[in-house]
Design a protein around this ligand. Structure first.
Ligand code: IPM
Ligand code: MG
Length: 356
């Protein structure tokens, strides 16, 4: 049993160090091996995803990632050596991480942080975006740009849609039993195929209420009445956009974890890559104020999905709720005038809550 730990850039190393303390506390028997990724890997080796990093990931049961990228690396030429295109997307593709789970949860203690009126989020918000992660416009061929004409290609195949639809239906089954499939079937052929395949798969899940929604309407409904949603399943680019929107409704981007699950089964679950939804936050890197909770919560998802350790996962989640209830706030989740704590103090509190 082994986790590959890729701290990456910006605040990545600071938050990963704290997440590792949590893993050491709840799962000391799982080995952790670190490797370089992103800009730091580019600086050290000339490539943002060195071969040995990819190998380590392939030999592990799960990957814990901090964040990659930063202004220093935005101008690297060719662009395929920049952290996002040279590390993040290839990791997804090479590790077949086709199912991206992005829970957007509003913690009752943070209700003030939501960008929506209190009446719309009262009692909390809990929407799961299931984003297809290895198809669509991100990876379709051909791709080209000669300075006059640029091409991206959107491709989806039936098996690609079937497998992500199953993930969406199964997730809904464990939650509120409602699945909304977002597409653009009034315009796109890939969306028409998407819709018909999702409906075929739906026959295996008669207990789940399926609705189709055009993605533009879905974006609107998310701010109009977010509580109508339980699980949203959608293709790669739509999921990129909708998951940011859903995350912001909770006002706590610094709180949100994510899982990218692959098709490879491990002895105890499914191989996956886990990372906070926020990025490398170069503006606050090195200042000791980054919120470690999204990464700590990503460890909970890791233990649940890749190691079948639901108990340990729930312990972490309860500890995080407890420190929020105690009133601890890093600057990103503090209301105006509220006292704040740094990365380490927040993590100390989580560890204390874990052993309480
Ligand atoms: C995300 C990010 C990435 C994406 C970028 C950095 C390539 O926005 O994980 O949502 O578009 O998938
Ligand atoms: Mg995004």
């Amino acid at each position: 049993m082994q986790i590959a730990v890729l701290a990456g850039d910006g605040i990545g190393p600071e938050i990963i160090a704290q997440a590792e303390r949590v893993l050491e506390a709840v799962a000391p028997d799982i080995a952790r091996k670190s490797a370089l990724v992103g800009g730091v890997a580019y600086d050290a080796t000339g490539h943002p995803l060195p071969q040995e990093t990819l190998e380590l990931c392939k030999q592990s049961d799960a990957v814990l990632l901090g964040a990659v990228g930063g202004p220093k690396y935005d101008t690297i030429e060719p662009p395929d050596l920049r952290p996002e295109r040279g590390a993040l997307l290839p990791l997804r593709k090479h590790l077949s991480l086709y199912a991206n789970l992005r829970p957007a949860i509003l913690y009752p203690a943070l209700a003030d942080a939501s960008s929506l009126k209190p009446s719309l989020v009262e009692g909390g918000l809990d929407v799961l975006v299931v984003r297809e992660l290895t198809g669509g416009l991100y990876f379709g061929q051909p791709k080209s740009n000669d300075g006059e004409r640029a091409v991206d290609t959107c491709v989806y195949t039936r098996p690609e849609i079937e497998r992500i639809a199953h993930v969406g239906f199964k997730a809904a089954r464990n939650r509120g039993k409602k699945l909304c499939s977002a597409d653009k079937a009034n315009v796109l052929e890939t969306s028409r195929l998407w819709r018909s395949v999702v409906h075929e798969v739906a026959k295996e899940y008669p207990d789940i209420e399926l609705t189709d929604m055009l993605v533009d309407n879905c974006a609107m409904q998310l701010v109009r009445n977010p509580k109508q949603f339980d699980v949203i399943v959608t293709e790669n680019l739509f999921g990129d956009i909708l998951s940011d929107e859903a995350a912001m409704l909770t006002g706590s981007l610094g709180m949100l974890p994510s899982a990218s699950l692959g098709s490879r089964e491990t002895a105890t679950g499914v191989f996956g890559l886990y990372e906070p939804c926020h990025g490398s936050a170069p503006d606050i890197a090195g200042k000791g104020v980054a919120n470690p909770l999204a990464t700590i919560l990503s460890c909970a998802m890791l233990l649940r999905y890749s190691f079948g350790r639901d108990d340990a996962a729930t312990r972490i989640e309860s500890a995080v709720s407890a420190v929020l209830a105690q009133g601890l706030r890093t600057p990103d989740i503090a209301s105006v005038g509220e006292p704040t704590v740094g990365t380490i103090t927040m993590s100390d509190a989580v560890l204390a809550a874990l052993s309480a």
